[in-house]
Ligand binder design. Structure first.
Ligand SMILES: Cc1ncc(COP(=O)(O)O)c(C=O)c1O
Length: 377
């Protein structure tokens, strides 16, 4: 199978990730819970992973909080900063893991909500970020890259706007962490949410938040932390404040190895290769009859190309790609309902091709040939 569904999860992982998880499964204790060697070595592995993520995102290590995935991180961030009467600004590019927590807060907790709208080409005008701000806007919450089109926001531009208005800037970096530099200080990001199993090349079941200094997030879940046992409240100190319950330290061990792989290989080298493959694919299919691609291919973008062939349902094309050509893609709505609505693809969906470091030019060419065949069939 040629796997081109890396925006959902990267299936091929660096061998060191597999070795690290396997080693952890054979001998890992509970991190931060006891002083015996088995617990201490787990604590050290978690501590080191925090440090590597802090270096990647340019924040303090104790302000890296581990969660199960980006969805949990986004829920913690959104519920932890927005209060009744607050207003939040987000965008039509967002994934349901941003939208659904916000919709719920709007419905149940008197949080006002506005969207920077996408036009029929999927573009969002930066002027709309300013236009939709209100005096009570507490946070701007947006993705770095659309998981449907691969189009990206200029985070520095939005971060600057947020800073000048004293508004929190929360970024969903699910599609870009590990391949794009994400310096929180440089981009004015207050809270960055990431998931370990996509472009960070780690295992599923681990993600997190990186929190800027001075930013406070009220705990969304509370419980055991291995410290301050007799306190009825969650500890004040990060990361324990937001890390109730035993961490997925097996997954964190794998993520730590993946971070070493990214560091040693070079984030830029990884990005260049993935972007080159995505561009090769786009160039190969863009002029084929009946093929429509979505997004702006004139700018830097995440390694994603989504398309449709005529009016054929995206599920039919994706199934054909899998059955007849052995190519794995993702059809349908991609948990990005508002952008599909803007693009006019709510019914048809779109077929998403997404590339990783482990894909090859030959695989990309096979995908081009498959689309050529289906488009001209
Ligand atoms: C842009 C974006 N945000 C959030 C998520 C949620 O990630 P996870 O399922 O790891 O929580 C995804 C995953 O598809 C995504 O693409």
């Amino acid at each position: 199978m040629i796997y081109l569904d890396n925006a959902a999860t990267t299936v091929k992982k660096p061998p060191a990730v597999i070795e690290s998880v396997t080693a952890a499964l054979t001998c890992m204790g509970s991190a931060n819970r006891a002083a015996h060697d088995i617990s201490l070595s787990a604590s050290r592995i978690v501590y080191e992973a925090r440090g590597k993520l802090a270096a990647m995102f340019s924040c303090d290590a104790e302000r890296v909080v581990f969660t199960a995935n980006a969805t949990e991180a986004l829920n913690i961030a959104v519920h932890g900063v927005l209060k009744p009467g607050d207003h939040a600004l987000t965008t039509d590019w967002e994934h349901n893991s941003v939208l659904r927590p916000l919709y719920r807060l709007e419905r149940d907790s008197q949080v006002g909500l506005s969207f920077a709208p996408a036009d029929s080409a999927g573009s969002i005008d930066y002027a709309d970020f300013e236009r939709f701000l209100q005096p009570d806007t507490r946070a701007i919450i947006c993705t770095h890259a659309s998981n449907l089109t691969g189009d990206m926001f200029d985070l520095g531009r939005i971060g600057e706007l947020a800073k000048t208005r004293d508004i929190l800037f929360i970024v969903d970096a699910s599609q870009t962490a590990g391949i794009f530099p994400l310096d929180m200080k440089r981009f004015g990001i207050d809270i960055l949410c990431f998931t370990g199993h996509k472009s960070l090349l780690g295992p599923q079941g681990v993600g997190g938040l990186a929190i800027g200094s001075g930013v406070d997030i009220a705990p969304w879940k509370v419980g055991g932390t291995g410290m301050d046992t007799f306190n009825h409240d969650q500890p004040q100190a990060y990361p324990e404040r937001l890390e109730a319950g035993t961490l997925n330290a097996h997954g964190i061990a794998g993520l730590s190895a993946a971070l070493d792989f990214i560091h040693d290989t070079g984030m830029q080298a990884i990005r260049m290769k993935e972007q080159a493959l995505a561009d090769r694919f786009y160039q190969g299919i863009k002029d084929l009859p009946q093929v429509t691609c979505y997004g702006d291919f004139s700018r830097e973008r995440a390694p994603i190309v989504s398309l449709n062939i005529g009016t054929t349902d995206s599920g039919t094309i994706s199934a054909e790609l899998a059955d007849a050509f052995g190519i794995a893609t993702r059809p349908g709505g991609h948990c990005a309902p508002r952008l599909h609505e803007a693009l006019g693809t709510k019914q048809q969906g779109a077929v998403r091709f997404s590339f990783s470091w482990f894909n090859t030019a030959d695989e990309t060419d096979a995908a081009i040939e498959a689309i050529r065949y289906l488009a001209t069939e």
